[in-house]
Design a protein around this ligand. Structure first.
Ligand SMILES: N[C@@H](CCC(=O)N[C@@H](CS)C(=O)NCC(=O)O)C(=O)O
Length: 235
């Protein structure tokens, strides 16, 4: 059985990390048996979660995990997609994982609304008792440096959120009134979209991203539909 190592649950989400939620969504979508274990990024092969262990093989990175499962178990929900749909799916995935992710980092770690609103405590609760007081602040400083080096952190609060809201608006326009990103059947790209939008909805505090999801009803409906379809309602 596949063992999925991920960050623990928080705010009603199955994991604090959208990449971990993405993998769990995919595994549920394609009906692959798996066991979820709380992992430690310091022990992870690439220093990040998620990673999986599958019959003695360890695979790190959500994208490589999905590719492995598609091949090893012949569970490729993207098979019916046209080349143009796959190209769109990949572009959407990259937008969320390589750009929007940093906006989410800002909302959770840098914006006082998210940090004081519950994120600091959520991070602290996952640390050993002796580190709970100082640990979150140390990680916050490291992430501020990372965010500045990536470039997003150099913008103003209003600019960062405007960039994120334009990603969410693009998603809402793409989904429209469809059940999933490409119609009536879910694809692996839905695992990413579902995870990131769900993580916005359940982030602590108030911010323009949450307001954008509330304004674009298609997004909230999409998440609720996916949660039901993949049995997340009882998380
Ligand atoms: N490209 C990776 C990204 C995974 C990732 O960024 N994980 C973060 C949590 S959201 C992590 O483990 N961070 C711990 C660290 O950097 O120390 C994937 O798709 O799995």
């Amino acid at each position: 059985m596949i063992v999925l190592y991920q960050f623990g649950p928080a705010f009603g989400l199955p994991s604090l990390s959208p990449f971990c939620t993405k993998v769990e969504s995919y595994l549920r979508m394609v009906g692959l048996d798996h066991r979820v274990v709380e992992g430690d990024a310091r022990q992870a092969p690439k220093g990040k979660l998620p990673y999986i262990e599958d019959r003695g093989t360890v695979i790190a990175d959500s994208g490589f995990i999905v590719e492995h499962c598609k091949l090893a178990y012949n569970r490729d929900p993207d098979e019916p997609l046209s080349p143009a749909q796959r190209a769109t799916g990949l572009a959407v995935r990259r937008m969320l994982e390589e750009h929007f992710y940093w906006v989410l980092i800002y909302a959770r770690w840098m914006d006082e609304e998210g940090w004081e609103g519950g994120y600091r405590d959520a991070i602290g609760s996952m640390m050993p008792a002796g580190l709970r007081q100082v640990g979150p602040g140390i990680l916050r400083r490291r992430l501020r440096t990372a965010l500045n080096r990536q470039g997003l952190g150099l913008h103003s609060r209003a600019e960062i959120y405007a960039l994120g809201v334009s990603d969410l608006d693009a998603l809402a326009d793409l989904i429209g009134d469809q059940a999933f990103l490409f119609g009536e059947k879910a694809s692996s790209y839905d695992a990413t979209v579902h995870a990131f939008v769900w993580h916005v909805m359940e982030s602590p505090g108030d911010n323009p991203l949450k307001r954008a999801v509330a304004r674009r009803r298609a997004l909230a409906d999409y998440v609720e539909r996916n949660n039901r379809a993949w049995g997340f309602s009882e998380v």
